[in-house]
Design a protein around this ligand. Structure first.
Ligand code: DGL
Length: 268
């Protein structure tokens, strides 16, 4: 592995662009290859076997593209397929997920004691966040709740309006989440509604947005492995397994700038 090789990033769709965006800001000299599996979106209601099958195909593609590290920028795939992807890739590239860096961060904060986690059904039903947090820090109490309407809500553009306020309020007022001091946004779509969630809690709950934490962890991993690129000549490529104008339009919401999305079907 060499520092000038690209970083591979994948998600079930365009939500992982929030992570790609944070990586680009923190590590502007790195080349990025992004793959959004829009043909199979959403992963959140699929089985572990199916999520693993898709994730392994994408990881193999990113390896073929000479990526030095693969970032699983999807909580659902991180919760269900991380170990299998690591096994598949072996020592040919590094693999990181979006859950471990958040667990490391949260368990190192002394002022945190009661944590809520929201995410897709696939992430929450896997119990991965709870298990990993409890394993590292048994003193912490963790409650989790699937919030499946949030992804379609965001993708349909209901952000900061009456509909999104009502849906967010309805989920976050559930008694399961009473008394939390921190809330993990366990889905790469959710940073888009972070401000609204903060507003719901009157800024009294610590909202954990994994995209920045993941980017900082990635820098740490690259530094530890002497793989930080300093040579310039940066490239960015964005692939999706299905292309529509709609994906192009919403990609800007997640990446904050116009990008060229290229269609590439890995499952021909
Ligand atoms: N972005 C995905 C995640 O972080 C959720 C979208 C999906 O259900 O595919 O879990």
């Amino acid at each position: 592995m060499q520092p000038d090789q690209p970083i591979g990033i994948f998600d079930s769709g365009v939500g992982g662009l929030t992570v790609a965006n944070a990586i680009r800001h923190l590590l502007p000299d790195e080349s990025l290859i992004y793959f959004g599996d829009t043909a199979h979106l959403p992963y959140g209601d699929k089985s572990k076997e199916t999520i693993t099958y898709y994730s392994e195909h994408i990881a193999a593609f990113l390896l073929e593209q000479q990526c030095k590290i693969i970032v699983i920028a999807c909580n659902t795939a991180s919760a269900n397929a991380y170990e299998d992807v690591v096994k598949l890739i072996g020592n040919q590239a590094l693999v990181v997920n979006v859950i471990d860096p958040v667990v490391e961060y949260i368990t190192s904060q002394e002022n945190i004691s009661t944590i809520g986690v929201i995410g897709t059904k696939g992430t929450i039903n896997s119990g991965t966040y709870e298990a990993k947090i409890k394993n590292t820090s048994p003193r912490l109490s963790v409650v989790s709740m699937a919030t499946p309407l949030l992804v379609p809500m965001i993708e349909e553009g209901f952000i900061f309006d009456d509909i999104s306020n009502a849906i967010i309020r309805s989920y976050l007022s559930k008694k399961e989440l009473n008394g939390i001091d921190s809330l993990i946004l366990g889905c790469t779509h959710y940073p888009i509604i972070k401000n609204q969630i903060n507003k719901f809690y009157n800024f009294k709950v610590n909202i954990i947005d994994s995209s920045k934490i993941v980017a900082m962890n990635l820098r740490k991993v690259l530094l530890a492995n002497k793989l930080v690129n300093t040579g310039g000549n940066t490239q960015m490529r964005f692939y999706v397994s299905d292309y529509t104008d709609y994906f192009k339009a919403i990609s800007k919401l997640f990446f904050e700038e116009d990008i060229l999305l290229e269609k590439l079907n890995l499952w021909k």
